[in-house]
Design a protein around this ligand. Structure first.
Ligand code: NAD
Ligand code: ZN
Length: 365
């Protein structure tokens, strides 16, 4: 088993292990001191009720209560949060209870926020079951819900007790979700590690063996760990993880409002391509690197065009409400070459508009 330790230099912050291994869920009760909790509650979504949940429950040595919510981003809202709080009260959870978040990034974000707010905060463990959550969402302590048409606008920074990553659970993940997770892998390579970027573009994710997936997950977790340890609350360098997310979150929120299906990774893919084009337009990024990003996305079956013709104003309005902004200005995280990213870049509105016009509705020259 490989264990990464997320360690904060500020001693008031919680350090925690990230265990990564095929089959690690069978060792859950050995790795987490369940006996020290008054109650153990599992939060999951109904897609996992008949598959992963029963297998997981077989490995839990303590009595548990289960809270099930509907799957998908539509559930990442205040109504579901209220339902979770209500069920925690109903099962008799107290401040010494443990919440286990078994599911994708939606379960991790929502359950992490529910745990952070219930009785002023209870312990939680992340058990990510999508590639996206295993390589990105489960590490770093960002927990949130969507509110007011803005992604992740209500939330907190709160670290889990532990993260357990078992790549074997990905075998039941639909291909579209597997591909979605690969967007965050491409992001990690693009912002931090050129050779990881290259290795991650050699074969499509759906052809990867369990072992190949495990080593990709490990590298992404190491990269994410190195960034969040240095800047837990995103006051500086952690902002590079937002590459692709200013435009991506705007597109994701517009699709969500219109009830049009789009995964987080698909939105991030579009965001990375848009933001690469923008970086090229303002003279930061070479055309060759933009092409590399496009090639990687295409190879992994990620989108490189918007299917909807959102107006410039609609996209800009969403981007202007992004919580990463400061003093009314959009702050971009832009790569200046593969493997290197800047943050807090300001770009004139006309360049943003021009990039959108040349890109979103057709091929860029
Ligand atoms: N906190 C962070 O740092 C962070 C980082 C990146 C993304 N996110 C958030 O993560 C969310 C997206 O996460 P996601 O892509 O995992 O989406 P998701 O949680 O909606 O999961 C995608 C789908 O896969 C299903 N599923 C999950 N595991 C499965 C399995 N093993 N087999 C079969 N089906 C399975 C789910 O039921 C769901 O239908 C977004 O809300 C995004 O904002 C958070
Ligand atoms: Zn993301």
């Amino acid at each position: 088993m490989t264990t990464i330790h997320v360690l904060f230099s500020d001693l008031s912050r919680k350090n925690y292990p990230v265990h990564i291994e095929l089959g690690v869920l069978a060792r859950f009760s050995a790795l987490i001191p369940l006996e020290s909790y008054s109650k153990v509650i599992i939060l999951t979504d109904t897609n996992l009720s008949e598959s992963i949940l029963p297998r997981f429950l077989a490995h839990i040595s303590a009595p548990t209560a289960v809270i099930e919510i509907p799957p998908g981003e539509m559930a990442k809202n205040v109504d579901t949060l209220q339902k979770i709080w209500g069920e925690l009260v109903a099962v008799g959870a107290d401040r010494k209870s443990l919440l286990i978040n078994l599911g994708g990034g939606v379960i991790g974000d929502l359950g992490g926020f529910a745990a952070s707010t219930f009785m002023r905060g209870i312990d939680f463990v992340q058990v990510p079951t999508t590639l996206l959550a295993q390589v990105d969402a489960s590490i770093g302590g960002k927990v949130a819900i969507d509110f007011g048409g803005i992604k992740n606008s209500i939330g907190a920074f709160n670290q889990p007790m532990a993260v357990l990553i078992d790549p074997s659970v990905l075998r039941t993940l639909p291909r579209r979700e597997l591909v979605s997770g690969f967007a965050e892998i491409i992001k990690h390579g693009a912002i931090l590690d050129a050779s990881y970027f290259q290795s991650a573009t050699r074969s499509p994710v759906w052809e990867c063996s369990d072992e190949q997936l495990q080593s990709l997950i490990l590298r992404s977790c190491e990269l994410k760990q190195s960034v969040v340890e240095g800047d837990e609350k995103e006051s500086g360098c952690r902002k590079i993880l937002n590459f692709g997310h200013t435009f991506g979150h705007a597109i994701e929120a517009l699709h969500l409002e219109a009830s049009l299906p789009m995964t987080h990774g698909e939105a991030v893919a579009l965001g990375m391509l848009f933001e690469s084009q923008l970086s090229h337009r303002i003279g930061l990024l070479a055309k060759h690197d933009v092409d590399q990003i496009r090639f990687a996305l295409e190879m992994q079956g990620l989108p490189t065009h918007c299917t909807e013709q959102w107006s410039y104003e609609a996209i800009l309005e969403k981007m202007q409400k992004d919580k990463k902004n400061s003093l009314g200005k959009i702050r971009w995280s832009l790569i200046d070459r593969i493997g290197s990213c800047r943050f807090d870049v300001e770009v004139p509105d006309q360049e943003v508009r021009a990039t959108l016009e040349t890109w979103a509705w057709g091929e860029i020259a």
